[in-house]
Design a protein around this ligand. Structure first.
Ligand SMILES: Nc1ncnc2c1ncn2[C@@H]1O[C@H](COP(=O)(O)OP(=O)(O)OP(=O)(O)O)[C@@H](O)[C@H]1O
Length: 619
């Protein structure tokens, strides 16, 4: 099943960030999709509506302000019906109201947006985690993380802030202009002929500067990559004494940042000069024309005051509407990407999967002429007709050179991918015919590299069977030969492991993984043997634990160190996607020029060479 990579064409920075200055026009289709995201606010629609009422009230009060200031001038001229104190009192009243309305607007809108966005994040995460492995191969993890974090933040911002601002500024623009016409038609026409152009010029100028700053930010992020990489791999840097090289690399990156920032600063300086000269010049022109209208008796002084303040309001509104257009455009892009994932088909239903009982199986596995190529590399046939039969309770080993296809054979059994041709059957039924969750509950893997989650040892073991009783977890640890080392820690099962906790040795980690598998109690077991060998004592503890685990289960071992597999019933030697040899250890190791015999010879040579270099190892 070919899955499409979701749209990330706006990701120009390459690090999952979305271009800030996409100038693409807002399309009707995009807008429709973005509106679909708004359905997440539906559960909170009452709060949203109330917030909207406060928004209208706050906007209305702010629009009264210039009129009141004009009235003060009228009082000073003696042409008002009110006293100065009355108007100042009124002004204060307006301010208090506006402050109160704004508080509730922000409070209510934020409540809606934060809750709605938490819902989006939850849905998005649930959907992503339930998508098939292929999806994760076709999309970089960094990008997916940014979908859940930054894309949703864009939506959040729009809901809690931009939407309200858009309405407020739009209303200011329309109602303000109507007020202006009402105050003086001639002056309004004069203003409209000049002012908006100046504002748009300022918007473009401003945007160009921000684009430069944005580029500088991206460069800075690149420079930080150098810092991060070298700090993380400080051993490599030091081992090669490449400190000087890294310093030079960092300096080159920083120089680029500085050059861009300086360029932006030059434009910023020019921008301020532009504002002083042209924008304020524009206002001076309006005042000049207004004053001449006052001289001819067509306009009152108080009306001119009101006019200038409204003009400033309108200028501000135009400016922020320009910004908002860019922001809404970005958000549409973000919601498109979020929706694309939400609309993707999951392979598993998490609610049903947790409930699902393991399918009662015998563990009879048949590979019937299985052919396969990875969806991301369709041109390369990784498996070219694999056929074998493992009877219930049998142990088989897959061996072969690196890249031969051993792990791929296992991944197909787990149904991480679908076979291209042929069939895999368990207990006579094709794997595809099983419910995915119930099938996977029957298979446990002890992987090469055991990844433990940051948490307690107890949590890590019970991952094999969420909800297991304390006794079950203890018993599994005992069977896995892990009890002794766990008991030796002061916090025992509650010891934190992982990044912020204790670092377990390779052998200890493996025994935790074995305990996990014992707890899961699967019919089919897959051991992806660790490539690196443990010391003799750990090796024995792990091997004993594995022997306990393999009892009464069909086991497939991916063997890297052949010394450990002489106890299996049958060995399959995989070479370039086909089974080149099969049989018992005793038979295969004696085949003249046989692949298996050769592999054993190679490993034996490697061990003896090692012993020659480190004589202590052979003792
Ligand atoms: N996810 C993937 N996408 C594309 N190609 C892959 C993927 N995983 C493995 N391959 C390719 O498939 C081939 C078989 O890989 P596989 O991991 O099955 O080999 P292996 O025998 O298990 O090797 P090793 O012993 O090193 O683990 C290799 O050529 C590898 O490059």
């Amino acid at each position: 099943m070919a899955r499409k990579r979701f749209n990330s064409e706006e990701d120009t920075s390459g690090n999952g960030e979305v271009s800030f200055f996409s100038t693409k026009a807002i399309s009707g289709e995009g807008l429709k999709k973005a509106l679909k995201i708004l359905r997440y606010t539906l559960p909170y629609k009452k709060t949203f509506a109330l917030g909207f009422v406060f928004l209208i009230l706050a906007t209305a009060t702010s629009l009264v302000f210039p009129k009141a200031v004009g009235e003060i001038v009228a009082v000073l001229q003696g042409s008002s019906r009110f006293t100065l104190n009355q108007i100042i009192g009124f002004l204060f009243g307006i301010l208090v109201l506006q402050a109160t309305f704004s508080f509730f607007r922000i409070f209510l809108f934020t409540r809606v947006s934060e809750r709605a966005m938490a819902d989006v994040r939850k849905d998005l995460y649930s959907r992503i985690i339930c998508l098939p492995v292929t999806f994760f191969e076709q999309n970089r993890v960094g990008e997916l993380t940014s979908r859940v974090t930054s894309d949703v933040s864009f939506l959040d911002n729009v809901l809690s802030f931009t939407l309200a601002e858009f309405f407020r500024q739009g209303a200011t623009l329309i109602i303000g202009t109507l007020f202006l016409f009402y105050t003086s038609t001639k002056l309004t026409l004069f203003m409209l002929a000049t002012f908006p152009f100046l504002v748009f010029a300022a918007i473009f100028f401003g945007r160009y500067i921000r684009r430069l700053s944005k580029r500088a930010q991206t460069e800075l992020a690149q420079a930080n990559v150098v810092v991060e990489e070298t700090f993380q791999n400080v051993h490599t840097v030091k081992a090669f004494t490449n400190e000087k090289l890294e310093i030079a690399r960092y300096k080159t990156s920083l120089d680029k940042v500085v050059a861009l920032l300086l360029e932006a600063a030059t434009y910023r300086g020019a921008f301020v000069s532009f504002l002083i000269l042209v924008m304020f010049g524009g206002i001076v022109c309006i005042v000049w024309y207004g004053a001449s209208l006052i001289q001819t008796g067509e306009l009152s002084i108080s009306a001119l005051f009101t006019f200038v303040i409204y003009t400033a309001y309108i200028g501000g509104a135009l400016n922020s509407l320009g910004d908002m257009y860019a922001q809404i455009n970005r958000t549409i892009g973000a919601s498109e990407r979020v929706l694309e994932i939400l609309d993707d088909t999951p392979e598993i239903n998490p609610d049903l999967a947790t409930e699902a009982k393991a399918e009662p199986l015998q563990g009879d596995i048949v590979y019937d002429d299985v052919r396969f190529s990875y969806p991301t590399r369709q041109d390369i046939d990784v498996l070219k007709g694999i056929s074998f039969h493992v009877h219930p309770g049998e142990r088989v080993a897959l061996v072969g050179y690196s890249g031969a296809g051993k792990s791929t054979i296992i991944q197909l059994l787990m149904r991480f991918y679908e076979v291209s041709r042929g069939e895999i059957r368990i207990d006579g039924k094709p794997v595809n015919a099983y419910d995915l969750a119930r099938l996977r509950k029957n298979i446990a893997i002890v992987p090469q590299e055991v990844m433990l989650f940051g948490g307690t040892i107890y949590e890590n073991i019970s991952y094999g069977k969420p909800g297991a009783s304390r006794e079950e977890v203890h018993e599994a640890a005992r069977k896995a030969n892990a009890l002794q080392f766990i008991q030796s820690f002061p916090e025992k099962f509650d010891t934190i492991v992982g990044e912020r906790g204790i670092k377990l040795s390779g052998g200890q980690r493996q025994r935790i993984a074995i305990a996990r598998a014992i707890l899961k109690d699967p019919k089919i077991l897959i051991l992806d043997e660790a490539t690196s060998s443990l010391d003799a004592e750990s090796e024995k503890l792990v091997q004993d634990a594995l022997n306990e685990l393999m009892k009464n289960r069909t086991t497939i071992v991916i063997a890297h160190r052949l010394a450990t597999i002489n106890k299996v019933d049958k060995i399959y030697v995989i070479q370039e996607g086909v089974i080149a040899e099969s049989g018992s250890h005793a038979v295969l190791s004696k085949l003249n020029n046989g692949l298996y015999a050769n592999l054993i010879k190679l490993q034996f040579e490697a061990v003896t060479q090692d012993a020659a270099v480190h004589p202590s190892l052979s003792q």
